[in-house]
Design a protein around this ligand. Structure first.
Ligand SMILES: CSC[C@H]1O[C@@H](n2cnc3c(O)ncnc32)[C@H](O)[C@@H]1O
Ligand code: ZN
Length: 444
């Protein structure tokens, strides 16, 4: 029988497909053609049916769908480790915002490029990003080969990217135009939060998202302080306030969602609003613990995100999965809560739903070839009985040996084929001196 041609054949000891049946294949193979998964199955069958231009034998590796970081601010890598150990409102208003007002597109691009390397290095293939001068983030994601949903953050005050709301909407439209035919970069509308916007701004952004038929992303119910401010200013709690302005829908991804009542959880589920859970950021800023079990039980679509590297302080989704599972157990004093498979689902299939991006989050024929591989010969991954447990509790991003987006390798065995990594490091080192000076200027 003649074999069908494909671009790449991958062989690995274990393939965790994350398909509907959560099939795990031993000594498996994946055939990749034109950036998509053409076939997946036992290596004997794949090898018999497919002829790969390149054959990547990953040996004792566990292949997984690329992880999806459902909420981040990539460029904040440049501020990693500055302004630690503060509560959200003080951290953001007194330390972060003043420095962000002085950022340039070059710095935003540099921080995002570093973030893309960190994400590729730690098994993430797609991320949902909100920042200022986001065009530069889009360019970084495009150049490094990553998949991203990007959006210019919209505040009710001017930023280096726009002077007012009309101009902010123009920035969103222009980015949407630039990337409308891009396979890996999509755009979304991103009002920052209820405490940095106005009702008019939120209504306008919801209309813009509908008009352009793109998603909307916002920080929501992150702290009890946010709730108190929202009550005082608008007479409603954050979820009811967004609901009254028409912002709750399957188009919307809400980050954090920590301070929620039972009714609010029901409302998020009813409206199909997706939630990006950010446990490490919530812990570091002492924002609280999101009610993951209750949200999942109510049917809320859940993804997992790191938030920015300044409130985490890394972009490692393997670490985030572990934290998510452990935090839920201690919060509920129930070790059965947030089991490994559910948490792995959040970081893969759930993330795909949060990004509104069908075709990622599982390894199945027809899906995009977004794949990562853990090195099972690492001492911390020996022996292996349960792959989902390994991915969530035992692995760290440092165990990743290969990451691929749309069939293209973005990280393999210490190398970033699409990045001049030594040059990037040199640039980051010199930018760090400027960043440190800005923070010193803010009394930190
Ligand atoms: C300018 S883009 C996004 C905006 O959000 C800020 N940010 C980072 N982490 C958080 C968080 O946990 N809650 C609210 N806002 C956050 C970031 O510094 C940017 O200003
Ligand atoms: Zn955030």
């Amino acid at each position: 029988m003649s074999r069908r041609a494909c671009d790449t054949l991958i062989r690995a000891d274990r393939i965790v497909t994350q398909n509907d049946e959560r099939t795990i294949i031993e000594d498996g193979g994946i055939a990749i053609a034109a950036g998509r998964i053409a076939a997946v199955g036992p290596w004997m069958e794949i090898d018999a049916a497919w002829q790969g231009e390149t054959v990547m034998n990953l040996g004792r590796s566990m292949v997984l769908p690329g992880l999806v970081n459902a909420h981040t601010h990539a460029s904040m890598t440049l501020m990693r480790g500055l302004a630690d150990d503060l509560p959200l409102m003080e951290w953001i208003t007194q330390h972060i915002f003043p420095v962000e007002q002085k950022l340039t597109p070059e710095l935003v691009r540099l921080g995002a490029t570093l973030a893309c390397c960190e994400m590729a290095r730690t098994g993430t293939t797609a991320f949902y990003d909100m920042y200022l001068m986001e065009q530069a983030v889009a360019e970084a994601a495009d150049a490094t080969g990553m998949r991203a949903v990007v959006g210019e953050v919209i505040f009710s005050f001017p930023t280096p990217a726009y002077a007012n709301l009309d101009a902010a909407c123009d920035v969103v439209r222009a980015m949407h135009d630039t990337y409308r035919n891009n396979d890996r970069i999509r755009t979304a509308v991103m009002p920052h939060a209820v405490y940095t916007t106005t009702p008019e701004l939120l209504t306008r952004t919801a209309k813009l998202a509908e008009e352009l038929d793109i998603p909307l992303h916002i920080h929501l119910a992150e702290t009890t302080t946010e709730t108190a401010q929202c009550m005082e200013k608008f007479g409603k709690r954050p979820v009811a306030y967004l609901d009254s302005l028409g912002l709750l829908s399957p188009r919307t991804l809400a980050a954090h969602c920590v301070d929620l009542t039972d009714d609010e959880i029901r409302r998020l589920a009813e409206t199909g609003t997706r939630v990006a859970h950010n446990p490490e950021s919530n812990m570091k800023l002492a924002s609280g613990i999101a009610r993951v079990r209750d949200m999942a039980d109510a049917g809320v679509v859940l993804g997992l995100g790191t938030d920015g590297a300044c409130s985490n302080n890394n972009l490692d989704m393997f670490a985030e999965m572990s934290t998510c599972a452990l935090l839920q157990k201690v919060a509920t004093m129930d070790p059965t809560v947030a089991p490994a498979q559910q948490v792995l689902d959040m970081a893969t299939r759930g993330g795909a739903a949060c990004l509104n991006w069908p075709g990622i989050g599982s390894i199945e024929p027809g899906n995009l070839a977004d794949i990562t591989a853990l090195d099972l010969d690492q001492p911390g991954l020996m022996p292996m009985y349960n792959p989902a447990s390994h991915a969530v509790y035992a692995a760290s991003g440092g165990d990743v040996r290969m990451t691929m987006v749309g069939g293209e390798v973005v990280y393999r065995d210490g190398a970033f084929p699409k990045v001049d990594y030594p040059a990037l490091l040199a640039e980051v080192r010199s930018a760090a001196a400027w960043v440190r000076k800005q923070f010193e200027g803010n009394g930190k």
